[in-house]
Design a protein around this ligand. Structure first.
Ligand SMILES: *Cc1c(COP(=O)(O)O)cnc(C)c1O
Length: 401
């Protein structure tokens, strides 16, 4: 990869062959309005200064780039650095995007906010910014996730939002997304839909990427300050792909930095029981965009499996599909078992309990660190903290409270 990669998506919302706007006619106008507003505001001085001041004063940005001394010693091959998105207000990277999108909603005069959520982090992040601006807020969440993420469900309610439990399909994130889209079609005039990942129809993948790119932008500066070079690799977990896209995007034309996305391998790729469309899927349309997807011979969406609610999604953002095909980023998968081992290891080695999603990125270090020598610098994007997952892990470990 020597040539410079041009800026995507194109004017129709495509990243190569991926992306687009596969939605009912009723939503076309809303998407065009959103795109128009975003294009107008994204380089506006006042909008940008509001966005960055909210990130600093409400979220606590910049998040530190932290040297993981004991993990580094454990592998003994290169320095491991942690980009600490877990330290953001509300505990994950999701707030970067919701801070930006609520400003768009406000500009568009929308009074009602809706969102889907898997692990509940996006629901919490959305309810948080809606509370701050005094806007009515509805969160759609699959019944399965309501059960395994009960703490986040209560957090969302405490923040004054209403949680709608979705029982259709596998009762997880994709079903919550379907319901949120249905709500939006019905209430499009007064409602703003805050999508939580780099998924969905154009312009969402672009908007969510751009708001999360603050992570990669900070990392470029912090890498210079801490080790006077660009990272040799950046590792991030991939559900829909927003934390990975946010940290990858500013590095797309920094060719010495390997970009590595880690999908949820569930019971193992060979078993078919996973949530890893980039490793074991094919292109198809889901939730308004063309992207890699887990589907069967008849084109039906397959059931997914992952210990981590935030990665338990059969699709992935279209820009990742393009990055995979172009070879600029690499995508691997790690199993539930390996992610759980990493969850415990990182907690004990570093005093940081990572989200189960993030634990997938850490688990890949076992394979990855063999590629590097002691002069290398590897960055793990710590997408979120693990407090929300403690019940899940305790249950797996056979602990009863
Ligand atoms: C939601 C979530 C993810 C997965 O979503 P992406 O859009 O792939 O980033 C990963 N980690 C945490 C902590 C999350 O809350």
């Amino acid at each position: 990869m020597s040539s410079k990669i041009k800026n995507l998506p194109d004017s129709k919302g495509f990243f190569g062959q991926y992306g687009g706007k596969f939605v009912p006619e009723t939503l076309m106008y809303a998407l065009e309005q959103l795109e128009e507003t975003y294009i107008k505001l994204k380089d506006d001085k006042d909008f940008k200064s509001q966005f960055y001041s909210d990130l600093s004063e409400f979220v606590g940005r910049p998040s530190p780039l932290y040297f993981a001394e004991r993990l580094t010693r454990h592998y003994g091959t290169g320095s491991i650095w942690l980009k600490r998105e877990d330290l953001n207000h509300t505990g994950a990277h999701k707030i970067n995007n919701t801070i930006g999108q609520i400003l768009l909603a406000k500009h568009m005069g929308k009074k009602r906010i809706i969102a889907e959520t898997g692990a509940g982090q996006h629901g919490v992040a959305t309810a948080t910014v809606a509370a701050r601006l005094g806007l009515e807020c509805h969160i759609y969440m699959g019944a399965e996730d309501v059960q395994r993420q009960s703490l986040n469900v209560y957090r969302i309610k405490l923040l004054g939002a209403q949680v709608h439990t979705v029982n259709s399909g596998s009762a997880t994130l994709k079903d919550a997304l379907n319901e949120a889209l249905r709500d939006w079609v019905t209430n499009v005039d007064d409602t703003y839909y805050i999508i939580g990942s780099v998924t969905g129809p154009h312009p969402y993948p672009m908007i969510v990427r751009d708001f999360n790119s603050v992570v990669g932008e900070e990392l470029i500066k912090q890498s210079q300050e801490h080790f006077k070079a660009m990272p040799d690799a950046i590792v991030a977990c991939v559900g829909g792909g927003s934390n990975a896209m946010g940290v990858f995007y500013p590095f797309i034309n920094i060719n010495q930095t390997r970009l590595i996305g880690v999908e949820a391998g569930g019971e193992g790729i060979e078993s078919g029981e996973h949530a890893a469309p980039l490793n074991d899927g094919e292109p198809g349309v889901l939730h308004g965009a063309l992207s890699y997807l887990m589907q069967d011979d008849k084109g039906q969406i397959k059931e997914t499996k992952s210990v981590s609610a935030g990665l338990d999604y059969p699709g992935v953002g279209p820009e990742h599909s393009w990055l995979k095909d172009s070879g600029r980023a690499e995508y691997v998968a790690v199993s539930d078992k390996d992610a759980l081992r990493a969850f415990h290891e990182v907690s004990e080695f570093e005093g940081i309990i990572p989200a189960l999603e993030t634990a997938h990125a850490f688990a890949h270090l076992d394979t990855l660190m063999k590629d590097f020598d002691t002069d290398s610098n590897i960055v793990v994007n710590v997408s979120g903290r693990g407090d929300k997952d403690i019940n899940t892990v305790a249950e797996i470990d056979g602990i009863k409270f």
